[in-house]
Design a protein around this ligand. Structure first.
Ligand SMILES: *Cc1c(COP(=O)(O)O)cnc(C)c1O
Length: 485
């Protein structure tokens, strides 16, 4: 592979061009006639001068140094890219959507508003909730919106003193972080030996100061919270609300709905389960669904339908207000809607079934080689522990690096925190048996090498453009500017 080693600025050659235009056959206007001098720079802007192929090769080489779902298996548990069908790119770039301006008159936005309206209808059906806001633009943003809505609900009932949010120790890190951001005190409860919420500990934690319980079901161990109906009853009896972290709904879509389990508020990551590529930090959509009694507090505007007309309703006096400019990341909503319509009810159910089947297949193969903390039927993901390998001299982080040499993106490592040397694997529904077997073969091989010569794995990767990075330096001493000499 030819590597892009230099910056475009460094390979620039004075006078080289990526275009050739015919000679100008009209009188050229002096620049000063086009732009007043006080608006012009004094020195010409220093831009790299290159031919077209140089630019193409540079960017293509850069893109090949990256790892994505289009280049290989990507089993990054919890946060993985699921299926990103290419038709989504086509629908999202239809000129009628792509060239809209959010300040256009509502009468000219009818198609976009209809799409939001019907996306909400679809997501209501999938989650069993009564209303959905498409405004939040990330999972964590959806969590914050959801907790603000819960806070507004309690205050409206004169119960604003409820100041605690209960979070299990298996929770995604964003849950306690969000609760803190929303001004709550976080009460952490342990998991029991099944890897599920310890109901007795929950009973102790619940009280008149409970605002909400935040729960992921299946949890981050990939395990379904079997006692969910009992848990919901207990939280409601204590006057609290149930918050569902639905970032990874691909575990249960079409089979079970948070609304039916007793949840009052849920967020979805449309950029995970509903098919938007989300590498590199965006764009996302953390749509928030609520039950009727909490719906008046949703952000403004909501999208409503009256006869054949769609409109944005800003007249919602109990709303928490706006949580993002305009209507959120509309492009992601287009993709989610396309996905919903492409899959249909049966297709969504099949996607969950396949995701769960793939995870269980891999789990049963790999538990022979790696320690499996909770040997139970899993949902869309499972968590192995590399503690035996770590004792032999190479742990979860080393195994992750070594997998890169086999052409696989590593699983999530060292999360959830309750599993020592965690390797969290989410194969997703789109992978075939050969891919899963290839990945399992690689992990088995790595374990065998660790038994013989752990140093070899500790020094990996050997085949990537860069080896082990100084991750702290990369964060603290990031160089993103180029300066002309
Ligand atoms: C990804 C994820 C989140 C956070 O979503 P962001 O869009 O990254 O903010 C929250 N909870 C769970 C379980 C997740 O997997």
């Amino acid at each position: 592979m030819r590597e892009a080693k230099a910056l475009l600025f460094e390979i620039s050659k004075k006078g080289r061009r990526g275009y050739s235009l015919p000679a100008c056959d009209v009188p050229e206007k002096p620049l000063g006639d086009l732009l007043p001098s006080q608006m012009r720079r004094e020195e010409p802007l220093e831009l790299p001068e290159l031919s077209e192929v140089e630019v193409i090769r540079h960017y293509t080489a850069l893109s090949r140094r990256n790892f994505g779902v289009d280049t290989g298996f990507y089993p990054l548990g919890s946060c993985t890219m699921k299926y990103n069908p290419k038709i989504n790119e086509e629908t999202a770039s239809l000129p009628g959507f792509a060239f809209l301006h959010p300040l256009q008159d509502e009468s000219t936005l009818q198609g976009a508003l209809a799409l939001c309206y019907y996306a909400e209808e679809g997501l209501k059906e999938v989650t069993g909730m009564d209303r959905i806001s498409l405004q939040p633009v990330a999972g964590a943003h959806g969590e914050l919106t959801g907790l603000m809505v819960i806070q507004a609900y309690h205050r409206s009932r004169g119960e604003g003193e409820r100041n605690k949010v209960i979070v299990p120790d298996s929770a995604h890190g964003t849950n306690p972080a969000t609760a803190t951001m929303a001004g709550y005190e976080v009460v952490q409860i342990p998991s029991d030996e099944r890897g599920l919420v310890d109901v007795e500990a929950l009973k102790v934690a619940l009280g008149p100061d409970t605002a909400a319980l935040m729960l992921t079901n299946p949890n981050t161990l990939g395990l379904f919270e079997e006692d969910i109906l009992e848990i919901a009853r207990l939280v409601h009896e204590a006057g609290g609300l149930l918050y569902y972290d639905g970032a990874n709904l691909n575990a249960i879509m079409g089979f079970a709905r948070p609304g039916d389990m007793g949840f009052d508020v849920v967020h979805l990551n449309l950029h995970k389960t509903f098919a938007t590529p989300h590498g590199g930090g965006g764009p996302g959509s953390g749509a928030v669904g609520v039950k009727d009694r909490v719906a008046p507090f949703l952000p403004v505007p909501t999208v409503e339908k009256e006869g054949d007309r769609f409109y944005m309703d800003f007249d919602r006096p109990r709303s928490i207000g706006k949580v993002h400019s305009f209507y959120g990341n509309f492009g992601v909503v287009i993709k989610a809607y396309t996905y919903l319509r492409m899959m249909g009810a049966e297709g969504l159910k099949q996607a969950s079934a396949d995701a769960v089947l793939n995870a269980n297949y891999l789990m049963h193969r790999l538990k022979k080689t790696y320690h499996l903390g909770h040997d139970r039927h899993c949902k869309h993901e499972f968590v192995l522990s590399a503690r035996a390998q770590a004792k032999q001299g190479a742990g979860a982080g080393d195994i992750a690096k070594s997998l890169l040499d086999y052409g696989y993106h590593p699983p999530t490592v060292y999360f959830p925190l309750i599993v020592e040397e965690a390797l969290m694997v989410e194969p997703t529904e789109t992978e075939g048996k050969e891919t899963l077997d290839g990945f399992a073969d690689a992990l088995e091989k790595i374990a065998a090498v660790i038994e013989e010569d752990p140093e070899k794995i500790r020094m990996s990767p050997y085949r990537t453009p860069v080896g082990r990075l100084d991750e702290v330096k990369a964060v603290k001493d990031l160089k993103i500017r180029w300066k002309a000499k």
